[in-house]
Ligand binder design. Structure first.
Ligand SMILES: [Zn+2]
Length: 249
């Protein structure tokens, strides 16, 4: 790809890919502006039954990918970070399935970044290749970053269609990148997800009708001030977003 760089890094909490060069952007889908890709990263669990930061009707997933964009009306990511309309994050949930060759372009480099603060430039690729075929269906809400400083600056879009990945590939995430510096006791990065938070009367919209289990999930015990929850209780207020994402990669 022309004038594009992807830097893969182990920051001790996750692996992230920072994208620089010619802006890669998204627009549409109810977003009021063009948003430029800054980086993407993953959250995963030690076991298949956990790892995602969002649950759908009480169901968790073994991994979740976040593609972080900033609003092009701001100079850069840092300036956008604490603005109400500063960031748009696309979230993709993973399910255990067949081997996903497309993720090998990332996973094969884990051996170069086993320890905290290590990084490597990797060959660039079309990010669209990593995503599910169908991007029409997604949940939308306004929420926060899920890592400190947890600013309430994110327009979240969580897509219905999951990405398949094999157990073997998930194990590469679980066991080949570590949260410690080199020469320290090895500790795997795992369970690097933030649990769902209380909705606090926020509405979650979805782009088209969804049929969910009618059981509701009791979240009353949760008291945090920010919301990163997708639950059936909130889906009762459906708003149909007319425009779909036009993703320009
Ligand atoms: Zn994240």
């Amino acid at each position: 790809m022309q004038n594009l760089t992807m830097k893969l890094a182990n920051n001790g909490h996750t692996v992230d890919l920072t994208v620089t060069g010619d802006p890669v952007s998204i627009t549409g889908g109810g977003l009021t502006n063009v948003y430029i890709v800054q980086q993407f990263h993953f959250h995963w669990g030690k076991e298949d039954k956990r790892g995602s930061e969002h649950d759908i009707d009480g169901k968790y997933f073994p991994m979740e990918m976040h593609i972080v964009h900033y609003n092009s009306k701001y100079k850069n990511f840092t300036e956008a970070l604490n603005k109400d309309d500063g960031l748009a994050v696309l979230g993709f949930l993973f399910e255990v399935g067949k081997y996903n060759l497309r993720f090998d372009r990332i996973i094969k480099h884990f051996s170069e970044i086993p320890y905290k603060d290590e990084h490597t430039d990797i060959e660039t690729f079309a990010m669209r290749d990593l995503l599910p075929e169908n991007l029409d269906g997604y949940y939308r809400y306004h929420g926060s970053l899920t890592t400190p400083p947890c600013y309430e600056s994110v327009t979240w879009s969580i897509f219905y269609q999951t990405i398949e990945i094999s157990e073997y590939q998930l194990d590469q995430f679980r066991h080949t990148v570590h949260e410690n510096y080199i020469n320290e006791t090895i500790r795997d990065i795992s369970d690097d997800y933030r649990p769902p938070q209380c909705l606090n009367h926020r509405k979650i919209h979805c782009s088209k009708p969804v049929v969910l289990n009618s059981k509701t999930t009791n979240r009353n015990g949760r008291t945090s001030a920010s919301a990163t929850l997708v639950s059936v209780t909130a889906i009762t207020s459906l708003i149909f977003l007319i425009k779909l994402f036009r993703i320009v990669f």
